[in-house]
Design a protein around this ligand. Sequence first.
Ligand SMILES: Nc1ncnc2c1ncn2[C@@H]1O[C@H](COP(=O)(O)OP(=O)(O)OP(=O)(O)O)[C@@H](O)[C@H]1O
Length: 700
Amino acid sequence: MIRTFLRILGPRHARAVRLSLALSILSAALHGAVIALLVPVLARLLGPGPASAAPWTLALLGAAAVYAVVRAASLTVSFRSGGAVSRALHHRLGEHLVRLPVGWYTGPRLGELTHLATAGVSGTTALPVHVLPPLIEAVVAPAVAILVLAVWQWQLAVAAAVGLGLLAAVYAASGRAVSRDDAARDAISAEAADRVLEHARAQQALRAAGRGAESGSALDRALQEEHVASRRLLRTAVPALSAYSAAARLVLTALVALTVLLFLGGSPGGPAAAGLLVLVVRFVQPVAGAAEHGAALRLSGRTVQRIAAVLDTPPQPEPDRPRVPADGAVEFDRVGFSYAPDAAPALRDVSLRAEPGTLTAVVGPSGSGKSTLVQLLARFHDVGSGAVRVGGVDVREIGSRELSRHVALVPQDVYLFDDTVAENLRVAAPGATLEDLDRVAARCGLDAVVAELPRGWETRVGEGGTSLSGGQRQRVAIARALLQDAPVIVLDEASSALDAANEALLTRTARELARDRTVLVVAHRPATITAADAVVVLDAGRVVQRGRPHELAAREGLYAELLRGREDARGWRLVPTAGASSGSTAPAAPSLRRRAPPRLRPRHRTPPRNRSRHRVPPHPVHRTHPARRTHDPSATPSTAGPGAAEPTGAAGPPPRERPPPRPAPGMPPPRTTPPRTSRSSAAVPSPRPPSTRPCAGRPG
Ligand SMILES: Nc1ncnc2c1ncn2[C@@H]1O[C@H](COP(=O)(O)OP(=O)(O)OP(=O)(O)O)[C@@H](O)[C@H]1O
């Protein structure tokens, strides 16, 4: 373990720890010598000629003085090396983490890293300060004392050596007995700590689900498991510690008894026997105390192994001679990729090309591989097979610094630093002036956000950007990408959290950017998709369609299905009705079951063969023709009365107007609502044939 510890510190800081350990050994040896010198001093002081004790007393005082100096130096160096350990581990972790592929940073790993970088590192700092020195003392001081003892009373020295060996065996056995339960409790405690944090982070979701006041079942389970593990550890640790403590007392008693027996046998004499008794008691003391540090040693040992595992993770290979891409052309050449060796491929045999000056929309159902595709372009992961090229150069040959200058990615989950809005943008271009910031802000709607902020560009955004809304954070991220001025810009679901006006602005921005850049958009909204020059449709990790948006829309296939799904979704809305069935004329309370703006992906992933049957989201909402949402003069008070919800497609582009169905000659106008039911809402039939909508006409 100590070897691993020194290895993870790196050569420079390992030297400081080695010096501290050497001083601990020297200090322990001097301590042993001081204890051993007590025997001749006491023997002579209590004997017939106390004056003969003078040289031994001087030697004892000299040894004690040197011991005091060395001990002080040892403490100073070990405290310094403790600080060095903390700096070294943070530094080495930080240095290594920036070289790992971005894809390495998954949720559980981030939790583990947080734990390692905080409690883990500070626990390891105690190793050269509070844990190793007492253990060294427990071994070295008695060993030196035994050597000196051998000069005075060899029988007692042999007995002490045997006693020390016995204690070492009991220590090892009790450590083995405890370590398994100790490790299990440690892991379960870490899990429980993660659950507490998760519970705190998930409060919004839990409260939305009406579970805020209750404790989460996963948290309860983790805490219960921690309780059980602690009790189990207690059941093994108490007997183990008691056994060691009993063994230490047994050894002490045996050595005292042997000293008395030897004294009764005539050698040593009374004064020497008194000195030997003092020696025996002082000798056993540090050994008995060693057990207390066993748990700390095991805990530090496990942390050291975990830090070593992170540091041993191979970094993302960097090219020896990085090449510079010729331009912003993007090419996927028969790319295959899996997240784990035994996982199903997330992408299979994907080939596509996007030229500078074009906007390419990547669409597909949830889980089809869109995010994976753009992440491979930014080299978050390395491909399993095939190649991803930018400007004709394999991204693995470009080098991460150059690649990040060439490819700007606006991810799904935007993270902002706890700094001002301006500084969050300057991450991409440290020298950017306020004019530069204003320019990019105007292109993506961030200017309006900044104008509203209390301190404008100088407003701090909080950790992760929490003082901004999701849409505002996304605009900051888009502005950051614009400021980066990379020839390739990737927007991953970049319009998902924007309102209609800003989404339109973003679509315009994407189009404008695509005049002289390669722009890839993981798109869900028709406005973005139809603005693209080319659409690539993914399904289950494969490219199943590609082409111009209008060409694909005219063909049967997944793209047309997804578009139809979107169109269908736009026709659904919540319609509050009066309590007509009970004869009441009072207006109904507005329904709260309003859907979020639908996006161009099915709510549930379905196998390709069955997908058409699930085109319409099976959601308990009512549909009406878009034209009637706002303009239909024939809408009855029950459908357009107070509290009528906005159409679900409100965040999308304006709905196409369709004429209401005409009444047949001589017939009454067609019903725009089904017969009233006892429910508070009613379904409004759509002009589309009901066969394509499993839920059509069903009251909510
Ligand atoms: N970090 C990961 N580890 C393991 N599997 C992953 C990881 N990220 C994605 N996957 C899997 O890879 C496949 C493709 O996921 P990806 O996120 O690329 O799909 P997507 O089309 O972007 O989905 P969505 O539209 O829902 O974001 C899915 O099966 C997903 O479960």
